[in-house]
Design a protein. Sequence first.
Length: 256
Amino acid sequence: MKRLLAVYILFSSVIYSPAQDLLSVTDSTSVNKSTKNKCDVKPVEYIIPAAMITYGFVALKNKGLIHLNEQIKQNIWDNNPHKKTNVEDYTWAVPAVAVYVLNLSGIKGKHNFTDRTILYLMSNIIASAFVVPTKNITNVLRPDSSNTLSFPSGHTTQAFVAAEFLRREYKDVSPWYGVAGYAFAATTGYLRLYNNKHWLSDVVAGAGVGILSVHAAYWVYPKLKKKFSKKTTNTSLLMPYYQQKNVGLVFIHQLK
């Protein structure tokens, strides 16, 4: 029963956002430009990812949830030893890549190249600003005992940043894009469990951080853009970048 409850918590959280789109789908032709460019983050959208992050932190000390983590590890890995895979090193990025492929194929999303790239980078920067210090502060031992950087799952965070990014860019075109993106993100999260690299609570919290980071970026960016557009007409942007232990600078220039 506890295992079923854990699976329900994880996957009900995973499908929440795209399911909302499916229930509220409308004819895309009725969406005008002003609506598309409007920041449409609703407070209710913060509830599920915030609950997922809370679940992860509670599981750090709660004996029942710690036992649940151990049970799931035992069922997935200890009782069924298997060869590890590195598929999740690629699946996490599929939804984000899809945004650019769809645009290149003529299926336009919500934002132009510059805006969507900035939004995606901002989402990852916000996520990394939470994940990296949290890993070092909590010092949770990974299931395979390789290090103490287990909480939260970085791969899962990146996967859900990409999935929510895809959903936000294409929810006005079709909610199924979001469903597909979340399917890849959920697969990434499961593979982290399958490879014995993370506990369930790491994955759930990572998913919440990813989703919440995108919401934050889509809320902040329009305000920043409006503020700075009054001061400059510069179409270039230099931003710091951190992802999977890689640090650098990203230069974006919009061609007129």
